[in-house]
Design a protein around this ligand. Structure first.
Ligand code: GDP
Ligand code: MG
Length: 370
């Protein structure tokens, strides 16, 4: 598609082109009548005339919100479970994440330089588990609020020398609201004051009843610090994963969620994403939130460069034009032009909803001139 010129816009707004040009100059845009305008300029001018613009995105154009999973059963392949660790402050979330990472029983990838990419994978019994290690609650809540369901299983850590605390309850509520299975990790069992039964008792008040008490919640006793019970915890995760049989279709364009993103001095915008469907490849054109790009380089949590990444794989990518937000949906498109067009539309839509605009001229009308 082409773009809209100053003359087109003036006609649409029933104004003289010269007037529009004056406004553009006033807004700092040197323009002539045949100059093509970008969406920003169109919005600025329309806004200046008090014409509120509504973007009507044709459903099939903005497949982000509308894509439905229509995978055939035979295309689905088992994928690693994605696990989040939550719990009250100081109950040992960070220590547990670090210890699990070191437990990395993976033969092949040992020796790699681990690097923080917002998530990591460990391997046990030849099966992988993906852990999100973004700061727990906020990320989880934020992503859920934005409609991104990234977690399959939640580990709720409770210190055995303490008890259920406000953030423990919060974590339970988050997991329940998300409909995600819960495994309770009773931590700090190395401490003399540890009282596992007290924790189990308290948990029953939140309908988390241990199996040995007739319930169906898995409780695992661990010491994150002394690295006791970690393998058992990992095995329980695999058990839950087996029961739920998490699957995805690797043979299609990737869809992912942004876990974290930042502007790196050397690399430019980087995003740490979790691939959820399909396979992401070097060179893929994508939209992440309102940003677009093309995958330039891809690195896993062991610092290894990847050419492609399948479902449940966390990767850090470069090749973005801007920095997206945590929780932003990420989707590959057939080419960069399409990705750019969709990113544009999305930012317009966002700006427009921020302006709380009402319709007089719709961008559909504008687009019909394009
Ligand atoms: P977070 O706030 O939940 O991330 O908790 P941290 O992982 O930062 O742990 C808080 C404190 O508890 C730190 O001083 C840890 O060393 C300590 N800690 C964590 N796990 C254990 C454990 O299993 N046993 C003991 N004794 N201390 C632990
Ligand atoms: Mg912590």
């Amino acid at each position: 598609r082409g773009t809209m010129t100053v003359g087109d816009l003036a006609k649409l707004l029933h104004k003289d082109a010269s007037e529009v040009i004056k406004k553009l100059i006033f807004l700092g845009v040197m323009a002539t009548i045949n100059q093509e305008l970008d969406m920003d300029a169109i919005l600025l001018i329309a806004g200046d005339y008090g014409v509120e613009v509504e973007v009507k995105i044709p459903v099939e154009e903005d497949s982000f919100e509308t894509v439905e999973e229509t995978d055939e059963e035979e295309d689905l392949v088992s994928r690693p479970p994605v696990v989040t660790i939550m719990g009250h402050v100081d109950h040992g979330k960070t220590t547990l994440l670090d210890s699990i990472r070191k437990t990395n029983v993976t033969g092949g990838e040992a020796g790699g330089i681990t690097q923080h990419i917002g998530a990591y994978q460990v391997e046990i019994n030849h099966k992988k588990i993906t852990f999100l290690d973004t700061p727990g609650h906020e990320a989880f809540t934020l992503m859920r609020a934005r409609g991104a369901q990234v977690t399959d299983i939640t580990i709720i850590v409770v210190a055995a020398d303490d008890g259920i605390m406000p953030q423990t309850v919060e974590a339970i509520n988050h997991a329940k609201a998300a409909g995600v299975p819960i495994i309770v990790a009773v931590n700090k069992i190395d401490k003399p004051e540890a009282n596992v039964d007290k924790i189990k008792q308290e948990m029953t008040e939140y309908e988390l009843v241990p199996e040995e008490w007739g319930g169906d919640t898995i409780f695992v006793e661990v010491s994150a610090k002394q690295r006791i019970g970690l393998e058992n915890l990992l095995e329980m995760i695999l058990l839950v994963a087996e029961v739920n049989d998490y699957k995805a279709n690797p043979d299609k364009r990737a869809r992912a969620t942004v876990i974290e993103a930042e502007l790196d001095k050397g690399k430019g915008p980087v995003a740490r994403i979790l691939v959820q469907h399909g396979t992401l490849k070097i060179g893929d054109a994508f939209v992440a939130g309102n940003c677009f790009g093309r995958v330039r380089a891809m690195v896993n949590d062991k610092g290894r460069r990847l050419k492609e990444a399948g479902p449940s794989t966390p990767v850090e990518i470069t090749g973005l034009t801007e920095v997206p937000l945590a929780g932003d949906p990420f989707m590959v498109f057939e080419d960069e032009r399409k990705a750019r067009a969709i990113a544009d539309r999305r930012s317009i839509k966002q700006r427009q909803s921020e302006m709380g605009a009402n319709t007089r001229v719709t961008l559909d009308d504008l687009y019909s001139h394009i």
